[in-house]
Write a protein that binds this ligand. Structure first.
Ligand code: EPS
Length: 419
């Protein structure tokens, strides 16, 4: 896989750092390409009045989001405003670090159920659970979103767009019907809860307000959609090259994500084969769902699908239709109402203690899902096209777009495959 990234940094340490390796040369890149996604991850909406500094995150976001002003500094791999093919290094400061610097802190010895406190301590032998929580915190996703924004800029050169929207919070579900994906994504950008259904968004707001009064937390579901992808990314030939598996792994690698489906996977599991599979028909490309490419040109016509129940992937390979990933997030594990646990210092039962957290982070989670999807898709596109610079890749992409299926010779005679 040509692209990879690493992150480093703790939630209250000085800095979060990311290194993205394998990005080709020639991509114009500046912090302005990254900072809008970082603001979205903080729960700040597009076009909020007064600009981001005066904006407030949505209801239920951690108070930490008001303290931080996440902006990226590019410290490697970019010269004169373009990538040079070298590893791209990024940094985001933790402003909250100032409060912790030089301060002695009581050890934390009561693990929170649902967090990595206990599992991390068992694995690494920590006596202070802060050593688990500092790296396990979802603060790390700031670095991922910065990396994802670079990948998003790369994908945009090829017309690929990635967005997300919330479909459910604490059991309150959006009714999206046949609303096109672009509209869902656009509306979500302007919605407090990241939900395209305005009525549901208001109900989600109320549900979160209630849960804050109840001193509890909520999870939910969001969808990530990728549009404008060419057919042929990923591969069926090996388990670790299937794009479906790579995307699912990327989604489940995000803190608190516990479920993922591609397309209508769980609903499809209740239906029959003839009800589920997207029939292959000849037609006008305008007939395709979600105005998307599905540009398999064949003789004088196009091979199209009128439905996309497969979620844009067959055999672990893109079909040219939008990829749709649905991701389930568990409720935040830091709860104001305590849960029962054991104090590891005394060996006695103990209630969890509360410092600060989100009551519901689902509206902020979608942008992280987008970032991870952007990374996997950029990797798959690089794999398909090869090349060290954008200048090398763009003509190859154009050639791929122009490719017609009839250019591939089809055999009409029977053959002995395995003598
Ligand atoms: C987060 C920062 C953290 C957490 C949150 C995400 O800030 P703090 O611990 O200082 O309040 O609020 O982390 C979690 C939800 C978690 O489970 O660790 C952020 O920047 O997103």
């Amino acid at each position: 896989m040509p692209l990879r990234f690493l992150t480093s940094g703790e939630s209250h340490g000085p800095t979060l750092t990311a290194i993205l390796e394998g990005m080709p040369a020639g991509l114009p890149l500046s912090p302005d390409d990254i900072n809008p996604d970082l603001a979205r991850r903080q729960g700040i909406r597009r076009g909020d009045p007064g600009g981001r500094l005066e904006s407030r995150p949505y209801i239920g976001a951690s108070p930490r989001m008001k303290l931080e002003r996440d902006t990226a500094t590019l410290v490697g791999g970019v010269m004169a405003g373009v990538t040079i093919g070298a590893p791209i290094a990024l940094q985001v400061q933790n402003l909250d670090h100032a409060k912790w610097r030089g301060k002695a802190v009581e050890p934390m010895t009561v693990p929170r159920p649902g967090h990595a406190d206990l599992t991390g301590a068992v694995k690494y032998g920590y006596s202070d659970l802060r050593m688990s929580l500092e790296r396990a915190s979802a603060r790390e996703t700031t670095a991922r979103v910065a990396v994802g924004a670079v990948c998003r800029k790369f994908l945009a050169q090829f017309g690929v767009r990635v967005g997300s929207y919330v479909t459910e919070i604490g059991g309150v579900a959006a009714a999206l019907g046949e609303m096109p994906l672009e509209e869902r994504i656009g509306r979500a950008l302007d919605s407090e809860m990241g939900c395209p259904d305005e009525a549901a968004s208001l109900a989600m707001h109320d549900r979160v307000q209630q849960i804050m009064q109840d001193k509890d937390t909520l999870g939910g579901v969001f969808e990530v959609a990728a549009l404008g992808l060419p057919p042929g990314l990923g591969s069926h030939v090996h388990w670790d090259r299937r794009l479906s598996g790579r995307l699912a792994q990327a989604m489940l690698s995000i803190h608190a994500m516990k479920g993922v489906e591609i397309g209508e996977a769980f609903a499809n599991a209740k239906r029959t084969g003839t009800e589920v599979h997207d029939e292959i028909v000849l037609g006008d490309r305008r007939q395709t769902t979600d105005d998307d490419l599905a540009f398999i040109a064949h003789r004088s016509s196009f091979i199209v699908r009128k439905t996309n129940r497969a979620g844009g992937l067959e055999g672990g390979i893109t079909t040219g239709q939008p990829i749709i990933l649905r991701v389930a997030m568990k409720p935040i594990s830091t709860t104001l109402n305590p849960l029962m646990s054991v104090d590891l210092a005394t060996g006695e039962p103990a209630a969890t203690e509360y410092e600060r957290s989100d009551f519901c982070a689902v509206p902020r989670a979608g942008v992280i899902g987008e970032a991870m999807a952007c990374f996997v898709l950029a990797d798959a596109l690089l794999e398909k096209l090869g090349g060290d610079s954008l200048g090398e890749m763009l003509p190859r992409f154009e050639a791929l777009r122009q490719m017609r299926l009839e250019d591939v010779p089809m055999l009409n005679e029977s053959q002995v495959f395995w003598p």
